[in-house]
Design a protein around this ligand. Structure first.
Ligand SMILES: Cc1ncc(COP(=O)(O)O)c(C=O)c1O
Length: 448
């Protein structure tokens, strides 16, 4: 028993009051706290001793299972060797080796990798590289960034500006970066409800980029940023042909295409990156989360080599890009990433995600017709179930299903009235099937 679980419910408030929790209904949570004590493989153990299946691989970030012995060992070893190394004007060898490995995994061996500590920082870094790139090559008027409605690009000022989630944006309009416009989102339930994989409808929505180019002129636009598959938005899968079309239009107008692969990077779709799954190349790619199984915060940006080269012009003793973080390429994060990539390669886990994907598709779509379900969508080893909201109380239905499932041993993720699942790559077939049956029971247990 830990300190909090020993408390009488009347004292929860005092014990829990100081931490203002992120993206959490603080008062609701603190009135009935759900505390995690430990994790191993695909399971969390809660403070009351219950073991629950991790249906979303943490927050999309722990696909090889928790506390994998090789990752734990690598981090412990690293702590004994080099706990921290500054990355400004100094470097440590494993970080260079990791950059090389990540570029190779992305099938971009010639490209460059900039390290950050989170997805949000990776996004802001990519936006800065894009704008600065045009400036250093003499096209300083290209400052505008095009994001997309319903996109999620983290919570930095850049990320919320190009993102398209109204709750994350509405309080901060005066702080957001100027000169941003948005493509329409691609989710249209009338045309694509219950699609399996990529919807057939919607490629034409990419042509909206032509409209924005006509409105603003290409000479003002630095980059377009989209998630290849929008995870936090509720597994919004790109229509067939949509990303290809975006790529074509960007290339035609000299606009950089940024893929935010914080969720799709490192295997979620059964390929190393989303770009591989869809066969569309990006100029800049963000990553985080699964790069090191989320053991220690780490993110980054892969940049086309010629973007990097365009900065390498002034005197060689001068800093070329005034940007970086105290913890960029933190040795513990780097060690965890090497171990994670070793495990993924040795245990063939990306192929394993690809193998499990059709099984998840089959199982999750069997929930069609269950109470409250108005849409189901899936791609790779990810799926979402959209629930009919309770009238006047958006989000409450999903909370109720989440709570029922948790009581039954399954830790789901909900956002609004969407439930998302993205099980660990190391899940067994039986575990994926049991997860879907757990969701079915939870749906049936929640009143209409
Ligand atoms: C596509 C995408 N970009 C950026 C982020 C932000 O990452 P972080 O929470 O590590 O800042 C997320 C987080 O879910 C994400 O899904």
């Amino acid at each position: 028993m830990n300190a909090v679980s020993q408390l009488h419910p009347d004292n929860h408030e005092a014990a829990l009051r100081a931490w203002w929790m992120p993206f959490t209904h603080n008062r609701y949570f603190k009135s009935a706290p759900r505390l995690i004590e430990s994790a191993k493989g695909c399971y969390f153990t809660l403070a009351d001793g219950r073991r629950v299946f991790d249906c979303l691989s943490g927050l999309w970030c722990s696909p090889v299972g928790h506390s994998h012995p090789r990752i734990v060992e690598a981090v412990k070893r690293q702590l004994d060797t080099l706990d921290y190394a500054p990355s400004f004007q100094m470097g440590h060898e494993p970080a260079f080796r990791l950059a090389t490995r990540i570029a190779a995994l992305a099938n971009r061996a010639e490209d460059r990798v900039f390290f950050t500590n989170s997805g949000s920082e990776a996004v802001d870094t990519a936006l800065k590289i894009a704008v600065a790139y045009h400036r250093v090559r003499g096209e300083a008027s290209r400052t505008r960034i095009i994001g997309r409605e319903r996109g999620y690009h983290g919570v930095g000022m850049g990320g919320i500006s190009v993102g398209g989630m109204v709750s994350n944006r509405k309080m901060f309009s005066s702080l957001m970066i100027p000169g941003v416009d948005h493509l329409p989102h691609t989710y249209n339930p009338a045309e694509m409800a219950f699609s399996r994989g990529q919807p057939a409808w919607g490629a034409h929505l990419a042509d909206e980029l032509e409209r924005l180019v006509a409105l603003h002129d290409a000479s003002t636009i630095a980059a377009v940023i989209v998630e290849p598959m929008s995870g936090s938005g509720g597994v919004i899968v790109p229509p067939k042909g949509y990303l290809e079309r975006l790529r074509e239009i960007c290339t035609k107008h000299g606009i950089l295409l940024i893929f935010d692969e914080v969720i799709t990077g490192f295997g979620r779709l059964g390929t190393p990156f989303g770009a591989d799954f869809f066969g569309v190349r990006a100029d800049l790619t963000t990553f985080a989360k699964a790069v090191n199984n989320a053991t220690v915060p780490l993110g980054g940006v892969i940049a086309r080599d010629d973007l990097y080269q365009s900065f390498m012009t002034g005197p060689a003793h001068m800093i070329e890009f005034f940007h970086g973080y105290t913890y960029s390429a933190h040795p513990l994060a780097v060690a965890a990433a090497h171990a994670t990539m070793d495990v993924m390669a040795d245990e063939k886990l990306i192929a394993r995600a690809a193998e499990l994907a059709p099984l998840l598709e089959q199982a999750i779509h069997s929930l069609r017709g269950e109470p409250h379900v108005i849409d189901i969508r899936n791609i790779g080893l990810a799926a979402a179930i959209e629930l009919a909201p309770i009238a006047g109380q958006p989000g409450l239905r999903a909370i109720r299903v989440f709570e029922k499932a948790l009581d039954d041993g399954f830790m789901l993720r909900f956002s609004g009235d969407v439930l998302a699942v993205a099980p660990p790559f190391v899940s067994t077939v039986a575990e994926v099937e049991a997860m879907v049956e757990g969701i079915r029971r939870a749906l049936r247990a929640v009143p209409a």
